[in-house]
Design a protein around this ligand. Structure first.
Ligand code: PHE
Length: 501
């Protein structure tokens, strides 16, 4: 396949839908509300907006510039940018490999719970039901066991098949098309959920708990770190995803205008999710006669413990709320999951230069297999938790820090800025470069402060052999594998194209 035939999005709108599809995911629905609540409520809005404007959006532009200028997946784009940068691209690919393996699991759970919502299949004790049927984790101190968990495996395979089918259809017909259908649907469903939640008894109590500002928190560095962490994860920046998607944009695309739309749309959805989730939690607290602080949760606890309980308590329309909530979670996670796998597919396709459908198969089948063996079994949750911390936090912050540092040190920002300005409506200049430099420093701080903490205190009480192997060992080996992959030769014509001039 020659490069002139590289797939493209049909236009700006298709790209925006795909990029929003990637950005809006679990992070918006189950991470943002609780992160805000824990980190100063209404006052968190300040670090959050600072992080969005000075790190999120500038880095989004940077990712776009790299992919658009060099027209390749992450490894090829970095390689064409500078022959010594290729490892960063593979490192990002490896991060996506790991994230993909477990994102699929949560997606499978969400899809299953959408179905369960129709009959409230979790019964009177949702927590016991979830733990008993989905986690069944053994005590990892006794070693890791590989027993299959019935309710997890089927849906897990199903979400892989759906995502791979979409990816095999290609950039426009698969990725953009699916996001163009699912994103508007998501907005309609989620808005209905928010309006419905606002009418529940106690909604105001929940919103007060979420938004009442605790200004003192602003002097706590961990609150600022939480804001940056949320922005990075939520916008999917420095994951290679936006590099990859931007490489499918046509030549004369308005990069910054598009980036602003994506950035603000994503944040708007987060705030909306905060309102919906905390109204529902306020209702839960009110029916149980407790404070919101006792029911407020994020992540798995929110989705699979709190929401089923809330749905049980609402009569007669609890089922509707359930379908809206879990359906939203499923659609949001599916489009993000697709973007994760696309990074890998695009990288492999650049390397092998074979048909997309074939690459989808080569990448997808082994990943599906590993995902099912690792997470469809009783080892599941501890591995998922440790992966999440070490790859999704350390991995991503490390790759972002190292790659930015190298780009800045080699004085490459000007080049990328010029590229952005060639076709974009909103021009970047000194302030943009300054934001990137400052963000690089903040990333270093995040990496070393959190690293030192986990290093000395361990992680969540897991045995150290477990953290060493699945945490540090795995995160470190990604870098080694990335370096080795960057040693593989490219076909010579591949490198000759699009050096960026
Ligand atoms: N941005 C997605 C979210 O908010 C998460 C994500 C991060 C997806 C990185 C893919 C890669 O949930």
């Amino acid at each position: 396949m020659s490069n002139s035939k590289r797939e493209t999005f049909s236009g700006r709108q298709a790209f925006i839908m795909a990029a929003i599809g990637s950005a809006v995911g679990l992070g918006n629905i189950w991470r943002f509300p609780y992160t805000t609540y824990e980190n100063g409520g209404g006052a968190f809005i300040i670090p959050y907006i600072v992080a969005l404007l000075t790190a999120g959006i500038p880095l989004l532009f940077l990712d776009y510039a790299i992919g658009h200028r060099h027209r390749g997946g992450a490894p090829l784009s970095y390689r064409r940018f500078n022959r010594h940068f290729e490892t960063f691209g593979w490192w990002q690919v490896m991060v996506n490999v790991i994230i993909g393996l477990y994102y699929a699991v949560v997606l499978g759970w969400a899809a299953t719970y959408t179905y369960f919502s129709f009959s409230k299949a979790w019964g009177e004790k949702p927590v016991d039901f979830f733990v008993g049927n989905f986690l069944q984790m053994g005590d990892i101190a006794q070693g890791v066991s590989f027993e299959f968990v019935g309710m997890v495996v089927g849906p897990l395979i199903a979400v892989w098949v759906v995502a791979l089918a979409v990816l095999a259809l290609g950039v426009q017909k698969g990725i953009a098309k699916s996001s163009s259908i699912l994103m508007p649907l998501l907005v309609v469903m989620f808005l209905s959920l928010v309006f419905y939640s606002l009418t529940l008894d106690g909604a105001a109590k929940g919103l007060n708990a979420l938004f009442t500002p605790d200004w003192d928190k602003l002097s706590d560095p961990s609150v600022w770190i939480a804001a940056y962490g949320q922005i990075f994860f939520s916008l999917s920046i420095c994951f290679g995803i936006m590099v990859t998607y931007a490489s499918y944009l046509k030549k004369d695309s308005d990069l910054t205008g598009t980036g602003l739309v994506v950035g603000f749309a994503n944040s708007s959805f987060e705030v909306l999710a905060g309102i919906g989730v905390f109204s529902a939690l306020g209702f839960m607290a009110t029916t149980q006669g407790v404070e919101v602080s006792e029911v407020a949760k994020g992540g798995i606890g929110l989705a699979f413990f709190a929401f089923p309980t809330i749905i049980n308590e609402i009569t007669p329309l609890g089922e509707v709320l359930g379908v809206l909530f879990f359906g939203s979670l499923t659609f949001a996670a599916l489009t993000s999951f697709i973007s994760v796998i696309e990074v890998i597919i695009s990288a492999v396709q650049d390397k092998l230069r074979v048909r997309r459908s074939k690459v989808t198969f080569i990448v997808g089948l082994p990943m599906m297999f590993v995902s099912v063996v690792l997470f469809g079994t009783t080892t599941g949750l501890p591995v998922l938790d440790v992966f999440d911390k070490f790859v999704n936090y350390f991995g991503i912050v490390a790759v972002a820090f190292v790659s930015l540092m190298v780009i800045v040190a080699n004085e490459k920002l000007g080049l990328l800025g010029d590229h952005i300005n060639e076709t974009s409506s909103f021009k970047v200049g000194f302030f943009w470069r300054l934001c990137i430099v400052v963000t690089t420093g903040i990333l270093a701080f995040m990496l070393f402060s959190e690293g030192a903490k986990v290093f000395t205190e361990g992680y969540e009480g897991y045995p150290s052999w477990f953290v060493n192997i699945f945490g540090w060992g795995m995160a470190g080996s990604l870098v080694v594998v990335a370096f080795l992959l960057s040693r593989l030769k490219w076909k010579s014509e591949v490198l000759a194209e699009h050096k960026g001039e």
